[in-house]
Design a protein around this ligand. Structure first.
Ligand code: NAP
Length: 252
């Protein structure tokens, strides 16, 4: 698999995302929170999607306080949501936002880090539900609105272990390989028939709660903060990446 990066000196315009409406999953914390704030700072109306209401409210307030466009807000637990919840979500969104310019699939969970021989099926299923099945359902039900936009971008979040497997990364690694596969299939299906581009992005080691859980012995501040890796997130979401689809990117 060929891995690309955003142009090294990429400097997004201040109004890069003005007029665009973008859904960000897992927008309450970590990289998703940074992406929501950064996209809003560059002019986008953000639909904040996540499972913890008070975290989403804090991001909502931060965007409003900074003078950004008033965000939308969807509280949804991707581990337990049923298919009809996604249909309802899509119908409700469509009344206010008839089309969408972007979808950042960012929400994810780590699951258990242990050998396959002792891995639990319930934990395996939960990782697949949040990291893979929920992405399928959200994409499936938001695709009409994305296809209605003049040009839209879907960004999937990958990982180093979604490109090369590594011991003890179990369901998480498998879920990220599935994410890459789903990205490629969707990109191929949409390549000649719509203006929706589809790519994957590996943030790389980033100082978030997930990273601190996965690597408790690390000094957290040795890794970049989520806001430091935003140039790649902006590049893939804005029109500067127009025409690029089906590709795997690294943010660092
Ligand atoms: N940080 C890294 O070094 C790194 C490296 C490679 C890939 N990644 C990927 O980057 C993405 C973001 O990770 P992060 O490091 O920012 O992790 P994080 O700080 O743990 O944030 C994960 C986000 O996903 C949300 N989420 C988890 N389960 C959910 C559910 N059932 N329903 C709805 N939302 C849910 C969380 O919501 P709550 O806050 O409400 O729990 C949180 O907003 C993930 O896809 C991860 O796999 C991260």
């Amino acid at each position: 698999m060929e891995i690309l990066t955003a142009p090294a000196d990429y400097a997004p315009r201040a109004d890069l995302l003005t007029g665009k409406t973008i859904v960000v999953t897992g927008a309450g914390d970590g990289i998703g929170r940074a992406a929501a704030l950064s996209y809003a700072q560059h002019g986008a109306t953000i639909i904040l999607l996540g499972r913890t209401g008070h975290k989403l409210e804090a991001v909502y307030d931060e965007i409003e306080a900074a003078g950004g466009p008033r965000p939308g807000f969807i509280e949804l637990d991707l581990a337990t949501a049923a298919e009809e919840n996604y249909q309802t979500l899509s119908d409700n969104l469509a009344t206010e936002f008839p089309y969408l310019d972007g979808l950042l699939h960012n929400a994810g969970i780590l699951g258990d880090r242990r050998p396959i021989e002792s891995a639990g099926y319930a934990s395996w299923q939960q990782v697949m539900q949040v990291n893979v099945n929920a992405q399928f359902l959200l994409t499936r039900y938001l695709l009409p609105q994305l296809q209605g936009a003049p040009a839209a971008s879907i960004v999937f979040t990958s990982s180093g272990v979604g490109r090369t497997g590594r011991a003890y990364w179990g369901a998480y690694a498998a879920s990220k390989f599935a994410t890459e596969g789903f990205m490629q299939v969707l990109a191929s299906e949409l390549e000649n028939t719509s203006k929706v581009r589809v790519n994957s992005l590996n943030p790389g080691a980033t100082n978030t709660s997930m990273r601190r859980t996965a690597y408790p012995a690390e000094t957290p501040t040795d890794n970049p903060a989520p806001q430091d890796i935003m140039p790649a997130y902006l590049f893939l979401m804005g029109d500067d990446s127009a025409g690029i689809t089906g590709m795997a990117f690294d943010a660092q």
